[in-house]
Design a protein around this ligand. Structure first.
Ligand code: ZN
Length: 216
């Protein structure tokens, strides 16, 4: 079970202060009191404080968005190419200031769904802000993903591996070569140009295509 804390702001009566003292709160700063404990215990205690008319804020250290999660991402990920990062969802290249750091398992889902929380704990994640749960996204993908999980989690897990984008580029290049070959073949069939199309052996040996344009 993950740890949590409760912040109680400005207990207004002596009775409130005595209650906090006997339940293990300590004075934090100014008019604020703090309590650290296990998740369930903190949830219950925060509710009790609220029922007594105190302003209590329950903070789960495992599932709450950290203030420095952006820094955690950049400390643990190098750029893809020439200082540019790549959106794990669509492959768009982004300078550092355009990167929106996305939680693969969304914060909201982890807060609402104990199964996801347990899954992350089992995998050894330190919190929802663990570097393994952070990924680069462009603002439009981040917006479209929001708190969705359907398919997006797998997309992120695959897309965060840079070699996937290298392979994709190679495949695109090969598809372009095939399309050029088919175009030349079609032009040759219609007699628009005279092309000596290479045999598969020549393609394998890497020799050039001989192209003869008809003389006007
Ligand atoms: Zn994107």
């Amino acid at each position: 079970m993950s740890s949590a804390k409760i912040l109680v702001y400005g207990p207004e009566t002596g009775h409130h202060r005595i209650y906090l003292f006997f339940h293990g709160f300590r004075h934090d700063s100014g008019n604020r009191y703090i309590y650290f404990g296990k998740e369930k215990r903190c949830e219950k205690l925060a509710r009790k404080c609220e029922n007594k008319g105190m302003k209590a804020k329950y903070i789960n250290e495992f599932t709450d968005r950290s203030a420095n999660y952006r820094k955690i991402f950049f400390d643990n990920n190098r750029p893809y190419l020439f200082g540019l990062y790549i959106c794990a969802y669509c492959g768009r290249l982004l300078p550092e200031d355009k990167v929106t750091v996305d939680h693969i398992y969304p914060v909201k889902i982890a807060q609402e769904n104990p199964t996801i929380r347990k899954k992350l704990e089992r995998k050894g994640y330190s919190s929802i802000n663990d570097p393994r749960n952070l990924v680069c996204a462009c603002s439009s993908c981040n917006e479209r993903k929001s708190a969705n999980t359907n398919g997006w989690i797998w997309k992120a897990k695959i897309g965060k591996n840079y070699f996937i984008w290298h392979i994709r580029k190679i495949i695109k290049f090969l598809i372009c070569l095939v399309l050029i070959y088919l175009l030349l073949y079609a032009l040759n069939c219609f007699g628009l140009i005279e092309v000596q199309l290479p045999s598969p052996e020549i393609i394998r040996s890497g020799r050039a295509v001989h192209l003869h344009l008809p003389s006007l």
